[in-house]
Every structure is written in C-alpha cells, then in structure tokens.
Design a protein around this ligand. Sequence first.
Ligand code: ADP
Length: 592
Amino acid sequence: MPEESAPAPALQRLSELVRRVNSSTDTADVLEEIVHGVCEVLGYGVAAIARLEGDTLVMTAVAGPDDVRRQVLGRRTPASEILDEFRQADRWGILRFVPHGRMDNARLTNAWIPDYEPIDDPMAWHPEDALYAPLYSATGRLLGNMAVDLPPDSRIPSRHERELLEMFVVQAGLALSNAQQREQLAEQVRLGSTVKEVAQAGSQPGLDAILAEACEAVHRGLEATQVWMRCYPDEDMSNGVAAGHPRPNPSGAGAASLRADLSSVWPNPEPVVVHRGDETCDRLPASLPKLQEMMASVGADSVVVVPMGVALELLGYIVIGFPGTRGPLQPAEVDAVAEIARELGRSVHSARLLETEQRLVSELRELDRYKGELITTISHELKTPLTTIIGHAELLGEIHEHRSVEAIARNAERLNRLVQNLLDYSRVQDRLASVRVDIDLVEVCRAAIDLAGMLADTGRVTVEMTACCEPVTVQGDPEELSLVVDNLVNNAVKYTRPGGTVRVEVECDPTWLRIAVHDSGLGISEADQVHLFSAFHRSSNPEALSIPGTGLGLAISRRIVESHGGRIEVESVLGRGSTFTLALPRVHPAVA
Ligand code: ADP
C-alpha cells in the first residue's frame, strides 16, 4: 500500500462516520463506532475514548480485546493527570505521543500496558509507549481524550497513519462537542421549566398550596433528595408556613438558627452550598450542625440553602438536599436555584398582600354591616319619641302661638326627616327591588312637582315638565321610585336661586326610560360630583351648605335605581346648574 493514498475502507468508514456524527443524537453509539473504526480500519489493537465529567475523565467507549475492555471501561482518571502527561508528550499535530521511559511510575501502574516483550528497534512500538489525542470543543474546552495502543505492525505510526488517525479524532471531538451542546440545551430547558413551574405555583390559592406545589416542582426538576421551604410569620399573620417534599412537614428545628444566619447575610440572595461533613461555613455558622443533621436524616450528600425575599425583606428560605451520586452542582443549576428563590419570594409577597387585602375587605364588610344595624336601631328608637314631640308641639301650637313652640315643631320636623332618611337608607341597602307593578313615570313626575310646589312658590322657581308620550310605563316599586323622583325635583328646586327654572323631561327609547331633571341652580363642582352619591355627602359649596339637608337623598336614590336595574347620573357646572338623569330599563332585568 503506497503511503500517500488513504485506503478505500478507511475513507468509506470516515464518510459514514461524518454522516453519523452530524445526524445522530446518540453520542455513545457514535463514540463506539469511532473506536471500532480506529481498530478495524486503521489496524490499532486498542482504541478508547474518555469523556470529561466535571474534573474527571471517564472511559466511555473502548474497542479491543474483551479483557482490555473489561479492565478499562468506566475507569475514572483525574483530568489533571492526563494534562500532566500531555505536557511531557511530543506533539504530533493534534496527537500527543509519550515515549516509554517518560511516564512516571505511579501513572504506569494505573495505565493499561500490553503484555509483550519490547523489540530492540527505534521504530518498534514499545509496550510503555502512549499515544493520545485530547478532544477539544470549538471554543477550546477539553471535552475528552482518545487513547490508542498496539498500532498496526507493532510499529510507531507513520506520518500518513497519524493523519488518518487524526481524521477519526476530529470526528470524535465533533461528536463530543455536539453531545455537550445537546446536553447544555436540555439542561437549560430542564432548569427553565422548573423555574416556570415554581412561578406557576404562585397562582395557587394560599401560601400553603404555593409552597407545597413549589417544593414538588423543585424536587422533580432538580432531582433532589429533599426540598424544604419556610416562610416566616409576618406582623399580620400569627404563624409562618412551611412545606417539604417528599417528607411533608419540616420539624421547624433549626429554623431559628437558619433565620439568624440568613438575616445577617440578607439582602445577599446567593445560594450557599454545604457538603456532608463540612465543619465550617462562613455564611451559615450557627445553622451548620442542624444542616448536617438534616442531610443525615434524608440521606443527602449536600444541601443548597437559599434565602428568599423581596427588596430588603427576608421572607423565608429554601433548602434543597442532593444525593452524592449526582456530582457537584453546576453554575447553571446554582443560577436556577437563585431564580427559583426570586420567583417564590415574589409569589409569597403577592400572596401575603392578597391575604391582607382579603382580611381588610371582610373587616370592612363587617364594619359596614354593623354601621347599618346601628343606623336602623337608633333611627327606630328615635322615631317614637319624635312622633310624640311633634304631636304635642302641634297641639301646643293650636292652644298657644309662641316662637319657642314653633321652633320646637320646626326642628322636630327636621329631625323626623333625618330619621326617615336614615330608615330609608338602611332599608334600601344591599337588596333587589321586590315589588314590581306597572308605574306611569309621567304621573310620578307630576306628583313630585306638586309636592315641591310650595317650596318652588316660596323660592320663586319656575317648574316645567315635558313628556315624550303618556303613559310611560315601567315596572317597579311605586313608593321607592316616587322617593327618587321627589328627591331629584325637590333638590333641583331647593338648590336653585329665586327666578331660576327647573325642567323635568320624560323620554323613552327602545330599551331605556329616562327622567331628566334640569335646573339653572348652584351647580356642583367636579370634586363634589365624585362623592355626590355617597351617604352623608354634602357639597363643599357654602351656599349649598347653608340650605338644610341630610346628604342621604342621593345615596338612597342610587340604591333604589340600581335595585331596579337602572342608573343615575349627574352633569353639572358650578354656578350654572345641574342635570340629574335617572334611566330605567324598559323591562326589569329580573323579569327578563
Ligand atoms: P341633601 O340635599 O339632603 O343634602 P342629597 O343626597 O339629596 O342630600 O344631596 C347631596 C348634596 O348634593 C346636597 O347637599 C347638595 O350639596 C348637592 N346637590 C344635590 N342636588 C343638587 C342640585 N340640584 N344642585 C346643586 N347641588 C345639589
């Protein structure tokens, strides 16, 4: 065979390999094919590839006699030893040749040495000669090492033979590089989806459920032995919350020392790794003994402790136990743990805000209910003596006209209106209109104008009315709807200066019936309009304040209108006048 031309089977095998390296996702298979190719095509007696795992080279694929394979497969060698050897080697392109005599004795005892007598010929292969090819990634990171032994014809390989070997070596490097990229990608996906699952746990109702689900997600995603999480109690909550997986409830022992340690490092959120047997730990000095106990109790070889919190507030911690079999935590995993703690910190914070909000809402509801009860009780209690006072004042007035008697009667009447308003207000709170009869809104408006007639005459206010048609019928409670319209018309007259006008309009369209009460009165500022329909609100305008009123009429009106499925709105310009519009659906929603 002439030295220059590559043997056809070698090229064929190589092109087959190139294809496989580019298409296969099974790295172990490809590496097997490479080492067998080196033996079968290039004629080496032994070829082996070791992959770098952490800082150890692990023999992964071996071709050669069975006993050699049995001896070396799975063998682990510290990468530093091989790198030492490379330094003593002769460089043959990308190959490294360590001639016999250079290797130190310790290395020789560990290495596999073929069992035959060396021949006294400088070109003959000596049993203690070693030929390696370090396998690097495109970025120059060591990924593994290929070693060959027993070269063809037991001779030191020729330049041409080395070139052929190099071609196989390049393919092995590519296969390892591809495998590394795939693994990194899979790792990113795995860690990313764990972080996502923890973030999704944040949508669970309540802190217990959030922590329980997050524990499970971390246990599954990071292949942990045990996960514990704890949230400290806050000012509003008497108890903290803790969860664990697969062991459910952490005992709480050690929580205090861990809190003390983490408080002194917070707001540094970096995870701390503690190994079984570690005797010191700068960042967790007080909790180290307890962590060691924890590891022993769940059979973990190391734990990662990470504080969780938001801004300056330390909310709790996560402790994740890992088995010894999984190798040291990779930087990407430590980053993922930190991200998990950040996500969880955010979820815990929001869950607490929500809990506080819900508690406040229910306290407010309770307060509101109490307020309603108080108003009703007091108003009822006032009603009877007031009626008596008014009766007697009238009687006295008939017998003896006196300013004091008039004042008593006037003020008792005023009090009576307030009590009646209060009773109306508590009656219409939180309930739907129950009475539904046909009511003619035009008639309701006329009655309201009549009722306000005396006030209008005294105040020299003109009241007009227009209606689109008659009757304008709606279903509802006649007494309540009259109360609303009476109040709107009465207000319009009350808050209009002498010489002004009030116009009441009844309009209808296919879905709504409307009563609009326009006045050319005092008007209401924008700021006052915001609270106009709240109970006890009176405008800040001094002129309006000088006119007696309770601030309850519009609040009652809105409740009544809403209980009829309608709405009430105001448009007003201070000093120019106001329009209050009451809109009711043609068909009562409950009926529809
Ligand atoms: P009251 O008139 O008994 O005080 P309301 O609830 O009916 O109570 O009205 C609340 C406040 O809104 C009044 O105190 C008044 O300041 C203002 N207001 C109501 N209607 C008018 C109006 N038509 N023009 C000007 N201000 C009004």
